[in-house]
Design a protein around this ligand. Structure first.
Ligand code: BV8
Ligand code: ZN
Length: 252
């Protein structure tokens, strides 16, 4: 795979690299991206419609069933070569993973994730008292076209349990946001990997990193609004581009 001549050396010399990732980094693990998560029953729904407090209030079993379907996808998936290349780079330099994803594939590849900006599929909590809840053991038996599954109830107060993700209209977890801001303060290279750069305020992160002097490299088969900000746009799949580039950097 060919890269701009100076990019492998740029990566090799980086002291602190941020990987800002979106759903596309998990696509090659078989996890539908946010915008094409809609297949079967879900094709009748706009994901942004389902990922809201209003949708959960209106039809908790539909929304909980959607998250159980996604959790089943993640439980039956494996980290791909992109997740693994990101984890491996941490042996050579400081790496901060700032992800918009709610799956745990970065962690399962060995990365220590500095910020989960949009929460975690694996951290359900009570909508009333906020107590952490637990998913039933094993893999959800959710049929492909999705199923209405009534959410569990809180062991502490009997309230309804909700997914531990950040819905549209909800603010981002302050500690994760703070960690991402701190990383921007000292990063000299930021990879934006597999995100349509359409969800705010996360979409600002590569822009702020560039303003702080970091070199921004985008990895995405499609162009996005970030193309005009990024110093390099690598139009390819993360699972091919990242291992090849990080390998080239090792021998640069
Ligand atoms: C908030 C968790 C305010 C749930 C998600 C300006 C400022 C602030 C807010 C707003 C604003 N303008 C609008 C808003 C509101 C809103 C927003 O951004 N709306 C959008 C639709 C316009 N933002 C919010 O509501 C945020 N909250 O601002 O609160 C506030 C302030 C104070 C007090 C109270 C409230 C919260 C947003 C978080 C929403 N939750 N996820 C869940 O997962 O179900 S967002 C969801 O979409 C995903 O988590 C993901 O993070 C996000 C973006 O999706 P991507 O990851 O980019 O995935 P997508 O499918 O879009 O793209 C995949 C890309 O991968 C594509 O480009 C594709 O080409 C590429 N790809 C495919 N295959 C590969 C690949 N790339 C590489 N390799 C491959 N193989
Ligand atoms: Zn409770």
């Amino acid at each position: 795979m060919d890269f701009p001549a100076d990019l492998p050396t740029r990566v090799a010399r980086a002291r602190h690299v941020i990987f800002f990732t979106g759903a596309g980094v998990s696509a090659e693990s078989g996890i539908p991206t946010f915008r094409d998560a809609q297949s079967g029953l879900w094709s009748r729904f706009d994901a942004a419609e389902l990922a809201t407090p209003e949708a959960f209030a209106r039809d908790p079993a539909l929304v909980w069933g959607w998250y159980e379907w996604r959790r089943m996808k993640v439980l039956t998936a494996r980290p791909n070569a992109a997740h693994e290349a990101i984890a491996a780079l941490a042996a050579d330099c400081r790496v901060s993973v700032v992800t918009q994803n709610v799956d745990d594939l970065h962690e399962r590849a060995g990365s220590k994730v500095c910020a989960h900006l949009h929460g975690h599929l694996n951290r359900p909590r009570c909508i009333d008292c906020g107590s952490p809840a637990r998913h039933p053991a094993g893999i959800p038996a959710v049929v492909e076209d999705g199923a209405r599954i009534p959410p569990p109830t809180c062991m502490k107060c009997g309230g309804m349990v909700r997914p531990g993700v950040v819905w549209f209209g909800e603010s981002l977890p302050p500690a994760d946001w703070q960690a991402a801001m701190e990383a921007i303060g000292s990063a000299d290279l930021l990879f934006s990997v597999g995100t349509s750069s359409l969800v705010w305020p996360a979409a600002e992160i590569p822009v702020w990193a560039a303003q702080h002097g970091a070199c921004v490299v985008q990895v995405n088969p499609q162009p996005t609004a970030l193309d005009e900000i990024a110093a390099y746009n690598l139009h390819g799949a993360a699972g091919c581009v990242l291992p090849a580039l990080l390998m080239a950097a090792r021998t640069a």
